[in-house]
Ligand binder design. Sequence first.
Ligand code: FAD
Length: 321
Amino acid sequence: MTQIFAYVPFKNGVAEDVALEFPGAAKKIDAGASVTAVVTGSGADLDKVAGELTKVYSEVIKIDNAAMAYPNAEVVRKALTNIIPAGAIVLVAHDTFGMDLAPGLSIKLESAYAADVVDFEGMDGSTLKIVRQELGGAVSTHVTCDASAGAVLTIRPGTFAPVDGSASGAVVDKSGDAGDLSAKRTFLEVVEAEVGEVDITKSDVLVSIGRGIEDEDNIEIAQELADAMGAVVSCSRPIVDAKWLEKSRQVGTSGQTVKPKVYMAMGISGSFQHMGGIKGNPFIVAVNKNPKAPIFQVADVGIVEDILEFMPALQEAIEAL
Ligand SMILES: Cc1cc2nc3c(=O)[nH]c(=O)nc-3n(C[C@H](O)[C@H](O)[C@H](O)COP(=O)(O)OP(=O)(O)OC[C@H]3O[C@@H](n4cnc5c(N)ncnc54)[C@H](O)[C@@H]3O)c2cc1C
């Protein structure tokens, strides 16, 4: 039986949404696999998240050590190397921390490695069939991976359907097995992003603009649509880089994490760095001129249209209501 371990990231005692998506990914690898969650950290937050995860996983391994109070990939890699058995498959979120952790972990475990996995097409013997994205999502590649000596795979958050938390599992404390956790890298502090004049993290509806907005003057069109919808304008990174909107409006791995109910992606291609900032499984409406834009793979509604024509038309329709 395939042994699969899911390394679950969390913040302030709350597991990231990907915790509910790992079991779906594992099922696509091998429907009969045993799936164990692994959480690392220190103190009450770790205990809280480990307890919550027993509703999703039959076994949750916790590794509690003061050296892991802050997310230091070097230390976590050492601990996992001592806990994960040879030949296992390890799932890690394809986020900033996961990208730091996973490649080195595969080297330590002497197993295969594949990054930014968006789908699996099953296992044929020990050959795993993987779908991943390259060139910022512009192309999907179908690859095989020899998992006979195990594999470390980073899973793109938001791509596998979340499961319901109906398990009643148990926490297994393996803190004593983590080994020497001394590190060359020392984590100093977490610096929270500044909140600007508008807090996009609090809005239920976001009208989010990307490079497709084309010109700073066109932002007004998005703002008018947002006003009509009772929404707030957010954006992708190029809009901030161009200094058209302030950094606090940027959604993504190097911007804000948002949890709206509805996310209107206007002229946004759907890079993983952008999508990584969208949590809570919102209803995504994507409008893009390019029918092959990656955002359409995750959108609930996809509209192939020029946003500069679509947004005023939608605004007019909403105001007519
Ligand atoms: C370390 C790192 C961190 C990053 N962090 C972030 C982050 O936090 N957030 C983030 O967003 N990005 C981030 N990025 C950048 C990210 O990789 C992408 O480059 C960025 O998300 C692309 O933004 P975009 O979709 O607006 O632009 P593009 O990828 O250029 O896409 C524009 C889209 O608009 C469409 N379009 C053009 N004109 C129109 C029109 N008139 N009507 C309709 N559609 C139109 C195009 O077809 C295209 O799909 C990061 C990159 C790195 C390397």
